[in-house]
Design a protein around this ligand. Sequence first.
Ligand code: ATP
Ligand code: MG
Length: 246
Amino acid sequence: PDAPLMRLPETGPKEVRELAHAFNGMQARIAELMERRTQALAAVSHDLRTPMTRLRFRMEDVDDPVLRAAMAADVAEMEQMVDATLSYLRGEASEEPVRPLDLVALVETLVDNARDRGLAADLAAPPRLVVAGRLVSLKRMVSNLLENAILYGGAAHVVLAEEGGEAVLMVRDKGPGIPDDQLSAVLEPFVRLEASRSRSTGGVGLGLPIARAVAQAHGGTLILENGAGGGLVVTVRLPKVQPETN
Ligand SMILES: Nc1ncnc2c1ncn2[C@@H]1O[C@H](COP(=O)(O)OP(=O)(O)OP(=O)(O)O)[C@@H](O)[C@H]1O
Ligand SMILES: [Mg+2]
């Protein structure tokens, strides 16, 4: 999650040099600030693990089963948030080997899992759609998108197709969608919209940024649109063959 920062050449007339120098100084401070924030976040996330593990053990002494279950759910949620934050900061995806895998089987499993948990999800797909990919990160990408569609839109409708040498994954829902002027903001880390700020929907605002990072790490793209009939449409395009540079 690093934005490339531009440096201006410090040449030319005095005023221009001074301005370029001031600009470069500002850029450097911003870069440093971002770096420090990232490190602080990683440190906090990491250090939270130890007390969470202790809590997990202490919970076993709670006699009331209802209270114990509620605490377990809270701890599990915290662990999930910490894991998501750490894996986002680490950009874990790139360490996994790339291998041919059937996107249809992968998505089918996740859709079935959601259904088994009583959630609404359906899939329309060809028999097979093989891409060169990383299993764990592609799974994470798809489950983040399914989770959003189900949570914010009530149900996930998934379509897989092959189009011009690309694998196309479309996840749509019939919920409220996202205001057009917020479509790019929600792709940034830790951005959650007003309507979903409530803690009841969990979430830290990393689902979409992670999904996009995974698509890009595969040489693909992820775009968000509002469907003509309402609801969010997420379209991921993945090249069927992994590009050399990756
Ligand atoms: N399908 C959708 N319909 C409407 N709003 C959505 C949808 N998907 C995402 N959003 C909005 O975009 C925000 C960011 O989504 P994102 O998945 O990145 O984070 P999150 O769901 O809040 O948390 P998590 O890190 O658990 O995924 C959400 O909080 C929600 O406001
Ligand atoms: Mg999400």
